[in-house]
Design a protein around this ligand. Structure first.
Ligand SMILES: Cc1cc2nc3c(=O)[nH]c(=O)nc-3n(C[C@H](O)[C@H](O)[C@H](O)COP(=O)(O)OP(=O)(O)OC[C@H]3O[C@@H](n4cnc5c(N)ncnc54)[C@H](O)[C@@H]3O)c2cc1C
Length: 486
């Protein structure tokens, strides 16, 4: 039995702790903030409830596998509900497209909105993307990233297929004529914190996964997953110490020998009673190799507003996307110029559409999210700049007269802004990026931290910034991978 300390009670941290404890190790978690979940947070105000991070869940089998591994029944903790209409897309020329995961419905909608034969090209794209899923599921998503995984089988060919020079946008151009459909498929690359103009075609697995395995909501809100993990920590004797930030380590002969945590009142806790450290964050010069921080291709961040809306909007679904006019320029702004785009694509999750307790009667809870560049000197997220940017977002939304007949400004009961700077400060994200290093190039993909540290023999990494990547199911997978490695 090993004594293991986990730093960070995000999804990767808690899943790792539970699995390691289930295997007989003694595990404790130290978390900087006062609540579990990390980016999967919850915010309540005036009768409204918001999920502050993830709003949609994919790969439901990952959760079932986790629960069966710890001999528990998932339905005793949280319930997944399939979302029939996975997203509603809007353009300012009044085009509306409903994405369905049901093949027949989806095909009918594609042909109706984008013209006949579109469904054929869409499903040829999905079948093509399936190749990447099949190639990656065992060697990449399910295991520690290790070149040996690829040498041991026809892997070399597969590896080259995965990382070929074709980008996500090249793939869209190959399959589609319709610009709006390209816009939809390209946006999935941002789910890995990357731009479709650079991210390898491999990331077409994201729409494949959504199409094949469905898009899911969580009954009562996504935060139920974090609450369930906290509960499971209790059941597996994993103590969580809140308000404890890891700020210093000692080491000898490639081994971490002691850890220092600081609480908000300045109290220092020091311990050398551990064998292994599992870190749920990578933004730390003490834990990472120095050259990691010399990168400048960090994943994008997000500008978020939680808005209580004193009115219902029947045209909205639970998940909605309002596209920009010039999406190439938008990506150039965010990823090359590293400035927030004035012509922005806006995502609005209205969980009260499916979870009626999430907003008072006659009202809606809007979680508004816009992709933003990681924190850099070109943008200062002062209170004024943040407010001004929110005003621009409202102006942009007001152009969608098919949905908003009146000025939505008049319907806002309150709004709470969360900027890339807040991601950096609250969750200790590298430059406020949501997923650490981007996956824009093979170089950055290979530079992403591995699950087992090269720097220290008793250090492991879990969570979205490490392997296999960002997103709730992959964070569960990283917990499973390191519990196996350890
Ligand atoms: C706005 C947004 C929308 C998203 N939407 C989706 C979605 O729809 N579907 C999906 O699957 N995924 C989505 N994601 C991604 C998903 O939320 C993340 O990949 C996942 O929650 C990250 O988990 P993690 O394990 O990396 O931990 P994190 O959430 O990064 O948590 C790390 C924890 O470590 C703590 N910590 C940091 N430094 C220290 C320290 N020095 N000492 C102690 N503790 C420390 C932090 O406080 C935090 O609690 C979204 C993310 C965001 C931000």
């Amino acid at each position: 039995m090993k004594k293991i300390i986990v730093a960070g009670a995000g999804i990767g941290g808690m899943v790792s702790a539970i699995l390691l404890s289930a295997k007989g190790h003694k595990v404790e978690i130290y978390e900087k903030n006062d609540e579990p979940g990390g980016k999967m947070g919850e915010f309540r105000r005036d009768g409204y409830r918001f999920d502050t991070g993830p709003s949609m869940i994919t790969m439901p089998f990952v959760f079932k596998d986790f629960f069966s591994e710890i001999s528990r029944d998932m339905k005793d903790y949280f319930e997944l509900e399939e979302s029939e209409n996975s997203c509603r897309y809007f353009w300012s020329d009044d085009t509306v497209f409903n994405s369905y995961t049901d093949r027949i419905k989806s095909g009918q909608e594609l042909n109706k909105v984008f013209g006949k034969d579109t469904a054929d090209s869409y499903y040829r794209y999905i079948d093509y993307a399936k190749i990447f899923y099949n190639l990656s599921v065992e060697d990449f998503i399910g295991a520690d990233i290790n070149i040996r995984n690829y040498l041991s089988r026809e892997g070399i060919t597969n590896l080259f297929r995965l990382i070929s020079g074709r980008s996500v946008n090249d793939l869209s151009n190959k399959f589609f004529k319709e610009e709006k459909l390209k816009q939809i498929m390209d946006r999935f690359a941002t789910f890995s914190g990357s731009t479709p103009f650079l991210a390898p075609q491999f990331f077409s697995v994201i729409p494949y996964i959504e199409n094949e395995y469905g898009a899911w909501n969580v009954k009562g809100g996504v935060y139920k997953i974090a609450e369930s993990l906290r509960k499971l920590c209790g059941e597996f004797d994993v103590e969580i110490h809140y308000g404890c930030e890891l700020f210093d380590i000692s080491h000898k002969n490639k081994k971490i020998t002691s850890l220092k945590f600081r609480s908000p009142d300045g109290k220092i806790i020091e311990t050398d009673k551990f064998d292994i450290l599992v870190s749920n964050f990578t933004n730390s010069r003490m834990l990472m190799e120095r050259d990691y921080f010399e990168n400048d291709d960090w994943a994008n961040s997000a500008f978020i507003v939680k808005a209580g809306m004193k009115k219902k909007f029947p045209e909205l679904s639970h998940h909605n996307i309002f596209f920009s006019e010039d999406y190439q320029k938008e990506y150039i702004d965010i990823f090359e110029n590293k400035i927030p785009s004035d012509d922005m694509t806006v995502y609005i999750s209205v969980s009260s559409k499916t979870q009626e307790n999430d907003a008072p009667s006659g009202c809606e809870n809007w979680f508004i999210m816009v992709n933003a560049p990681y924190v850099n000197p070109r943008t200062a997220w002062t209170e004024k700049n943040s407010r001004d940017y929110f005003e621009k977002i409202i102006d942009r939304l007001n152009r969608f007269s098919i949905v908003f007949e009146e000025n939505i400004r008049d319907c806002i009961e309150f709004s709470e802004i969360f900027t890339p700077e807040d991601f950096k400060n609250k969750y200790n994200c590298e430059n406020g990026s949501v997923y650490g290093l981007s996956s824009n190039t093979l170089y950055t993909i290979l530079k992403r931290p591995k699950n087992k540290s090269d720097k220290f023999d008793n250090l492991y990494f879990t969570g979205g910034n490490t392997h296999p990547g960002g997103g709730v199911p992959l964070c569960f997978q990283s917990g499973r991978i390191i519990s196996t490695l350890i």
